[in-house]
Design a protein around this ligand. Structure first.
Ligand code: NAD
Length: 360
């Protein structure tokens, strides 16, 4: 086999869209050896651990993984397994392309955006103090002593760290992505006028690093203004470079612009490892009903193929998805159709096989 890939089916609709994706990627016939591992609620049931060491070990060994969404049960000590996975493997860059797909009606003339989100810092780093705890009280006192800040006694506190080094690497990643993928420009979103010492670092570091990429046009925009312009006129943007929290929110907004969460793929990339996954969650409301749209995970699989150095196979998968959507005969209910998850996967896989092997 040419490529070893760890597959984490995940929870809720995860196993359904993972099986669908595996069928399509096997049809691409690039020699993938699958190493299947658990994470999330399924892992807790089977192994008594939400993120078993065997799963992390498999990713470290294969270096690439594709995962379905996972559910983090409340009260298990983990804030989010996804956050733990991204931080544990230092997957500092999230890449989430949102493009209008054929046959999927959208409100705008065209949408072709890529959100690049910093994945390890910001309000999602996990530095939090519970309301009423001794630590929250100590921090309140410290803040009063340090800067005369008054934080209400009944406040919970979440800290927002953004560093120069953490920002520099995501900025360079985004500019290199823009250059390598022939994108028009990079837009840096922030709120540096209010959060001068966190978003301020993000903006100033972006400006400094951008000097090394004179061929890549860029601009900055406040996140609130960005949101209203995105909703009204998304065609004016191209690559959106954002800190962690804004990136999370804006990528769901972009999903809405192109027809919903069932269509948006994603990648989490670090220096050593890469984990591909759809943007959507485990969708407990439709789990087990064969209604989940597998396209977001299938397109994450296309991103995985490109990462493995198989650009031809990646294009075949994307073209097969486009063709199935263009024909409009096989669609899951979120796109107004009546087909099942596997019927969509089979239609896409048939298209991929036809392109891979030519007419039989
Ligand atoms: P969600 O994305 O699971 O669902 C939001 C809505 O979109 C639901 O109505 C759902 O039915 C629909 N939807 C999502 N994916 C779909 C698909 N492929 N096809 C058709 N419809 C789809 O978000 P949520 O309900 O906020 O979260 C549910 C769980 O997922 C939570 O436990 C959350 O923590 C987890 N989650 C995991 C990830 C991840 O693993 N990367 C990401 C987001 C949320």
């Amino acid at each position: 086999m040419a490529h070893r890939v760890t597959l984490i089916p995940g929870d809720g609709i995860g196993p359904e869209v993972a099986t669908a994706t595996r069928l399509v990627l096997d049809a691409a016939d690039v020699g993938i050896e699958w190493i299947e591992r658990d994470a999330g609620s399924t892992a807790l049931e089977r192994h008594g651990d939400l993120l078993p060491e065997a799963t992390l070990e498999a990713i470290r060994e294969s270096r690439v993984a594709i995962k379905g969404p996972i559910t983090t049960p409340v009260g298990t000590g983990f804030r989010s397994i996804n956050v733990a996975l991204r931080q544990g493997l230092d997957l500092f860059a999230a890449v989430r392309p949102a493009r209008a797909l054929p046959g999927v009606p959208i409100r705008h003339e065209s949408v072709d955006l890529v959100v690049i989100r910093e994945n390890t810092e910001d309000l999602y780093q996990g530095i939090e103090y519970e309301r009423g705890s001794a630590h929250a009280a100590a921090l309140r006192e410290e803040l009063a002593a340090l800067g005369g800040f008054h934080v209400r006694e009944d406040a919970g506190i979440t800290v927002k760290p953004i560093s120069v080094n953490g920002t520099a690497r995501i900025v360079r990643f985004a500019f290199e992505y823009a250059r390598g993928n022939r994108r028009r420009k990079v837009t840096v979103g922030h709120k540096a006028n209010v959060m001068r010492y966190s978003d301020g670092i993000f903006l100033n570091t972006a400006a400094r690093q951008a000097e090394d990429f004179p061929d890549v046009p860029w601009e900055d925009i406040q996140i609130d203004h960005l949101s209203s312009r995105l909703a009204k006129d998304p065609g004016t943007f191209d690559v959106l470079l954002l800190p962690n929290l804004y990136g999370d929110i804006v990528s769901d907004l972009c999903a809405g612009l192109v027809g919903g969460l069932g269509l948006i793929p994603g990648a989490n990339i670090g220096w050593e490892y890469a984990v591909f996954e759809p943007v959507h969650g485990s969708a407990p409301d439709i789990a087990g009903q064969a209604k989940a749209n597998p396209i977001a995970m299938i397109l994450s699989g296309a991103m995985l193929l490109r990462h493995l150095g198989e650009p031809g196979a990646a294009e075949n998968v994307e073209s097969a998805v486009d063709e199935v959507l263009r024909q409009g005969l096989v669609r899951t209910p979120d796109l107004g159709g009546g087909s099942s998850t596997m019927q969509v996967a089979e239609a896409v896989a048939a298209g991929v096989s036809a392109w891979e092997h030519g007419p039989s």
